[in-house]
Design a protein around this ligand. Structure first.
Ligand SMILES: *Cc1c(COP(=O)(O)O)cnc(C)c1O
Length: 366
């Protein structure tokens, strides 16, 4: 754990500790379980963990074959940070992104004939082809395969892939997709296309058997969050988000707290002002609802979360003073707050809470 006297944290009010040990452990758990190559998803700044810091760690692992980003721009950022590993752009390729793909050596996922045309006209050599088996977002139709093959001569189809919309909630659809995609793969093979990477499973998809795939495309599970109620791998949360107490003061019975005065003290109270607000990524939905950990005790959020600060109830916690550490997400001493806990209070998913942790929160690898 990091204490405030760490020199690189001097002056930072909020920070996120990225546990290298937990990250490596999660990846290894997944590898041992699947025995497949891993295409590690680091889009959206590695789900808020810092794509650069996460990629620098994952780049060293031989069974991680690709880093996956959403856009060419994200790929460019990784190259500029010195990342050498192969980079797959999941969001495909648009005409005004061609230059970026070529200059930074990025591999596109191609999911329609417009994109295939762009690739061909611009002499991009290698692609992964995405087939729509039920997500109905990106992807060629199953019946397009022959035309894909005809129109991609001269281009290496290094991968073929599809995506699950509901591996966390709909096993029936998921199994059906696994069957459809098996036929797709066989169809390519019958035309002598043998891609190096066949990948379908996201994190929730790891709970299904895809014997004909040789790689998995995982994000949330490497960051340690379970993607479904039946996800059985013992991954652990990689990121802990911390902040500091700025002020401790009293609140008299009947007085209200923060904008709008939505909390009124039923009795005299002690309150703390924490340097973490919605601009740091704390959902404003947690107003009067959420809690932090201070000295391993749950402290409730009082009133509305503000842009840069949040007020908590310290009435029953002794000896809290300015500069004391506050745990927003992660482990304090014994107690832990999970992204999932916050997501449930806000009616959303842990992915969104992770991505919302803002730039102002300094990321440190511990
Ligand atoms: C984001 C994404 C993933 C990773 O999903 P997780 O649920 O985080 O494992 C995999 N494939 C595609 C196409 C994605 O967009």
């Amino acid at each position: 754990m990091i204490t405030e006297d760490k020199i690189y944290l001097k002056g930072f009010r909020s920070w996120a500790e990225i546990s290298k040990e937990r990250l490596l452990n999660n990846v290894e758990i997944i590898y041992r379980y699947t025995k497949k190559d891993i295409l590690a998803v680091v889009k959206a700044d590695a789900y808020g963990h810092s794509a650069e810091k996460i990629s620098k760690i994952l780049e060293e692992i031989p069974y991680i074959k690709y880093l996956c980003v959403a856009t060419a721009e994200e790929g460019k950022e990784l190259r500029k940070a010195g990342i050498k590993k192969d980079i797959l752009v999941l969001g495909g390729i648009l005409p005004d992104e061609v230059k970026c793909f070529k200059e930074y050596n990025l591999v596109p996922v191609v999911s329609d004939f417009n994109q295939l045309k762009t690739v061909k006209e611009n002499h991009i050599k290698k692609v992964h082809i995405k087939i729509d088996t039920g997500m109905h977002r990106l992807g060629f139709f199953v019946e397009d395969i022959l035309e894909i093959i005809n129109k991609s001569n001269g281009i290496e189809i290094e991968g073929i892939m599809s995506h699950f919309p509901s591996a966390d909630t709909d096993p029936e659809l998921t199994e059906r997709q696994i069957d459809i995609f098996r036929k797709v793969v066989n169809n390519f093979r019958s035309h002598r296309i043998y891609p190096a990477f066949v990948h379908l499973q996201n994190s929730a998809g790891l709970m299904y058997d895809c014997d004909y795939c040789n790689a998995v495309r995982v994000g949330i599970s490497i960051y340690g969050e379970k993607p479904s109620s039946f996800f059985s791998l013992p991954v652990k949360t990689v990121m802990s988000v911390k902040s500091k107490v700025i002020t401790v003061k009293r609140l008299r019975k009947g007085e209200t707290v923060s904008y709008g005065g939505t909390f009124r003290a039923p009795a005299d109270m002690k309150i703390g002002i924490v340097a973490f607000g919605y601009a740091d990524g704390l959902p404003r939905e947690l107003s009067n609802k959420g809690y932090f950990l201070i000295k391993d005790r749950k402290v409730k959020i009082l009133g509305n979360v503000t842009m840069d600060m949040t007020v908590v109830d310290l009435t029953d916690v002794e000896d809290v003073k300015p500069m004391d550490t506050v745990t927003i997400v992660g482990k304090d001493i014994e107690n832990e707050i999970y992204f999932e806990d916050i997501a449930q209070m806000c009616g959303t998913i842990p992915y969104e809470i992770m991505c919302r942790i803002s730039k102002r929160v300094k990321r440190v690898v511990v």
